[in-house]
Design a protein around this ligand. Structure first.
Ligand code: GAP
Length: 514
């Protein structure tokens, strides 16, 4: 646990030190769960957004984009169910005065039981060596089976109590499990209460006529209310999708995991409109497609898993998370939801306008069903960033900190380094820089010994360094160094752009989805 915490602290401090993420309003001691993206963070975020957009919109001729406003008519949130049901069950500790999400306290308890299973498995793997059959071990080992039974019973009971809105039982479960306040160790809890997560604001200048609004808690509703506009103007035929990237706001109570759970964050969502009755098939298709998107980035598949929801949101008939191994445990990264026709029907009901599709083949009108894929851009950022940050021991015994970002997402693709600050090398290096700038984000560094400059670029995640030396003046060749392998090759200066392009091209990476 302590190692996990250290790793996570390293991630946060590295993100600050290398210009990725800053605490918002830091000079005023910050604002809880609100963050700013710095010079490198903004580039990484932009690249992730583009990688998603390309995969979803550009590569699917039946998916189009949208950029709807953050402010929406307040009835939207009545219709969507957010006013009545977008709540978190909260519990206060009477001694520490700290407020927690009751379900998160229970989930954390379950995570501890799951950690015990992992420990048993890794102990057994060591004991049995190559002969170890993990599946069989997990299916037969009495201790593992007991832990599994215990955690599944807790999850089931919590899901059923939340489903029934039986908050007294949620409190009782916390007490029965002996869950203590993580801060004070006290088990002196208040009752569990529901708390709405939407931020309210006002539209208009005068106090009397101002209209109460909400900052949108998801981008999806902007898509639903525009469904017919897009379908008609784009002459879209079902099945088709609408994709959107934008800010969402939630008054999160458990907001302690850096950019994992923020109060202002960005979502990348896609609503796929389908014929009723085909949802099971499309749900599986989108689960598979989204997992392929993640794996195309070359992050080890072991870091991902699907988690099917026990407790379904008010709008869904099936839902799964793609979970990721974050530095603080396995947590939700993306949701894939089969949302039925809930949203469109509710908007029909509340607006009095028809939101139906006319099927030219069957000559029938119907309200489409929807499969949604929804991923937090900031959460994806954290997944990629934390997974990329590594401490390596080199052959000569020294260590290096390297941020092995997928080259396609790296903020800066190339660092151009003149070997020395004289003899015309900076001039030649600058000529190369200017040429490469047409295609990529490039940086120039002439300070310190070249070894130290390599280390700096490793730590900031630049996948390629190009060193210009005296030989370059004679034969126009340079050294290209690969961040991950540290391999160095000598190539003509004129070939650098093509060589780098090949390795950072989105097409090259996205083709792995096929
Ligand atoms: N439209 C469906 C929807 O909003 P959700 O599971 O509440 O579903 C989808 O959110 C995704 O948005 C999550 O999987 C997560 O990646 C991201 N997300 C949700 N709340 C977040 C928060 N407070 N901070 C950062 N990302 C968040």
């Amino acid at each position: 646990m302590a190692k996990q915490e250290d790793n996570f602290k390293n991630v946060i401090s590295h993100a600050k030190e290398y210009g990725y993420v800053f605490q918002s309003s830091e000079i005023y001691d910050g604002l809880s769960a609100v963050y700013d993206y710095a010079q490198n963070g903004v580039e990484l975020k932009k690249n992730i957004r583009e990688y998603w957009w390309k995969a979803m919109v550009q590569m699917n001729d039946n998916i189009v984009g949208l950029d709807s406003a953050i402010f929406m008519h307040p009835t939207t949130w009545k219709a969507s169910g957010h006013v009545d049901a977008f709540n978190d069950p909260l519990i206060d500790n009477k001694d520490s005065k700290k407020r927690y999400r009751a379900d998160v306290l229970i989930e954390d308890h379950v995570a501890k039981i799951e950690a015990k299973i992992e420990k048993e498995v890794s102990k057994a793997a060591k004991r049995f060596g190559d002969d170890f059959d993990q599946e069989q071990f997990e299916a037969t080992n009495p201790r593992v089976l007991r832990y599994k039974e215990e955690s599944s019973a807790i999850v089931k009971r919590m899901a059923s109590s939340l489903e029934k809105e039986d908050l007294a039982d949620v409190k009782q479960l916390i007490e029965e499990l002996g869950i203590a306040c993580p801060l004070s160790g006290s088990k002196n809890w208040t009752d569990v209460k529901q708390f709405n997560l939407m931020f309210g604001t006002k539209l208009g200048a005068s106090a009397d006529s101002a209209m109460d609004l909400y900052l949108r808690p998801e981008t999806a509703q902007g898509i639903f209310v525009n469904f017919l506009n897009v379908q008609k103007t784009g002459r879209m035929k079902i099945p088709f999708g609408i994709a959107q990237v934008g800010k969402a706001f939630r008054n999160e109570i458990v907001a302690r995991q850096f950019i994992f759970r923020m109060r202002e964050f960005e979502q990348m969502e896609m609503q796929f409109f389908i014929q009723p009755g085909t949802q099971a098939e499309w749900y599986e298709t989108w689960k598979e497609k989204r997992m392929k998107w993640h794996l195309s980035l070359g992050i080890d598949a072991e870091n991902y898993r699907f988690h099917d929801h026990e407790k379904l949101a008010h709008y869904a008939d099936a839902a799964a998370d793609i979970e990721f191994k974050f530095p603080f445990g396995i947590k939700e990264l993306e949701g894939i939801h089969s949302r039925t026709d809930f949203d469109l029907r509710r908007h029909e009901e509340f607006s009095g306008k028809k939101l139906q599709y006319f099927d030219p083949e069957t000559q029938e009108n119907y309200v489409p069903y929807v499969i949604e894929t929804s991923i937090g851009l900031d959460r994806m950022f954290l997944a990629v960033f934390s997974n990329s940050l590594q401490e390596e021991t080199l052959e000569n015994g020294s260590t290096r900190t390297v941020l092995k970002l997928p080259a396609v997402l790296a903020p800066t693709k190339v660092a151009v380094l003149p070997l020395v600050k004289k003899d015309g090398l900076p001039e030649l290096a600058n000529r190369l820089l200017e040429e490469l700038q047409w295609d990529f984000n490039v940086t120039y560094d002439e300070k310190d010994a070249v070894g130290r400059r390599y280390r700096r670029q490793d730590a900031v995640g630049t996948p390629f360094c190009v060193t210009v030396d005296h030989q370059s003046l004679e034969d126009q060749t340079v050294t290209l160094r690969y961040r991950d392998s540290m391999e160095q090759i000598r190539i003509p200066m004129s070939e650098v752009a093509a060589k780098v392009a090949q390795e950072v091209d989105m097409k090259y990476w996205l083709q792995k989805m096929k």
